[in-house]
Design a protein around this ligand. Structure first.
Ligand SMILES: Nc1ncnc2c1ncn2[C@@H]1O[C@H](COP(=O)(O)OP(=O)(O)OP(=O)(O)O)[C@@H](O)[C@H]1O
Length: 371
């Protein structure tokens, strides 16, 4: 988008000289308060709204040079409440664009079945009408419909705003998974900064009047907000939320304090720096923490163990998850597990704090360079 302005006929300037370089095959999120011009920006990309000034280039060519119908067919469009055709079944909604493109009914239906599976919809729902679906299911149909003709670009306008937080998280995770597989160029509008930070490869924060306040990857946004507006919009806990972008695999884990349920007396002594021992079952899965002096050799009473809290997976989970595990643990130590849930080590709050300091100091030059 090159210096794009939209002035509506009543004089409202919805978007003001917006320039954005939207990366290919990544998710770019437009976020900002109500009325800041997010929807207007999105709709200019598929020419539902025409810019007053400036130009929008797709792969280097001005989108005004393409017939509007073919432009729109190259861009899937998903909106809040899914916007499904109420008088059409799920499957007929999904095959709308392929049929417009002249696909045979058989081929289009085959594609619809494949997409239903991809977006997590049971095939038994194919013949239902939208009113017979939950809000979350309707959104999934909306996503499947938008993907039906395999467009390179996907425009999504607050697609998950109308569903409850649990369903919303599921839809977000699903979108990230689908994006991993398909690698679309997605422009996603939301007013929810947490959603923006979770989904965006790049995040554009807009302020009222359609001005770009900052355009950056989420970690950079959290580290170095461009001005007080962005900082305020990011909200509280910025430092903690930023830890989500640091991996936990550099944490030094201790294995000494891990003991099996049938441990003999020689094992039931304090080990490493931990004042407690982590007791595991026969498969090595954590059962809880116990004080060395209070455990009976060969017959540990699991009913007397302290909760081990929520474990984290090094390499998969972030420092934020590890810290959360330590903060929630009554011993102040977090438990690391492998993919099968077996304990692979324990780490103290203090060691996690040290890792956070190291990560911050290693990160600092890059942040400074990025401005
Ligand atoms: N057709 C129109 N005519 C005049 N003004 C309009 C029109 N459409 C939108 N606007 C105005 O343009 C500004 C930006 O609107 P837009 O819908 O793009 O914002 P938004 O950031 O998507 O808002 P929300 O988060 O509330 O959906 C608002 O002030 C809005 O009132």
């Amino acid at each position: 988008m090159d210096s794009v302005t939209k002035r509506y006929s009543d004089g409202t300037v919805a978007v003001d000289r917006l320039s954005l370089d939207i990366p290919d095959r990544a998710i770019t999120v437009l976020v900002g308060p109500s009325g800041c011009g997010k929807t207007t920006t999105l709709r200019m990309i598929n020419r539902m709204v025409e810019p007053s000034e400036g130009s929008i280039l797709l792969d280097g060519a001005d989108i005004r040079q393409q017939p509007v119908n073919s432009l729109r067919r190259s861009m899937g469009y998903v909106i809040q409440n899914a916007g499904l055709f109420q008088h059409r079944t799920v499957i007929d909604n999904i095959i709308t664009v392929p049929r417009l493109l002249g696909w045979s009914k058989g081929k289009a239906r085959e594609r619809a079945a494949e997409l239903m599976e991809r977006v997590g919809l049971d095939s038994s729902l194919a013949k239902r009408y939208p009113y017979q679906l939950s809000g979350g299911q309707q959104q999934r149909v909306g996503v499947a419909r938008a993907l039906a003709a395999d467009p390179p670009v996907l425009l999504m306008d607050e697609p998950f705003s109308a569903v409850d937080p649990v369903v919303r998280k599921g839809l977000q995770d699903e979108l990230l998974r689908i994006q991993d597989e398909l690698g679309k160029t997605i422009v996603f509008v939301t007013h929810d900064i947490d959603e923006a930070v979770k989904l965006g490869t790049m995040v554009a924060v807009l302020r009222t009047g359609g001005h770009l306040a900052q355009f950056a990857p989420p970690a950079e946004l959290l580290t170095a907000p461009a001005d007080p507006f962005v900082e305020d919009f990011l909200g509280a806990d910025r430092g903690i939320r930023r830890l989500s972008f640091f991996p936990s695999d550099a944490l030094e884990l201790e294995t000494g304090p891990i003991v099996p349920l049938d441990a003999d007396a020689t094992r039931l002594t304090p080990r490493g720096g931990a004042p407690y021992l982590l007791v595991t079952d026969a498969d090595g899965r954590p059962l809880g923490w116990g004080e060395p002096g209070a455990l009976t050799a060969g017959a540990i009473d699991t009913g007397r163990l302290l909760s081990h809290g929520r474990p984290f997976r090094p390499g998969t989970d972030s420092l934020r998850t590890a810290l959360d595990g330590a903060v929630l643990s009554p011993t102040g130590w977090a438990v690391a597990v492998d993919g099968e849930g077996r304990a692979v080590g324990v780490v103290s709050q203090a060691a996690i704090g040290e890792a956070i300091r190291t990560a911050h100091s290693e990160d600092r030059p890059e942040v400074t360079a990025a401005g």
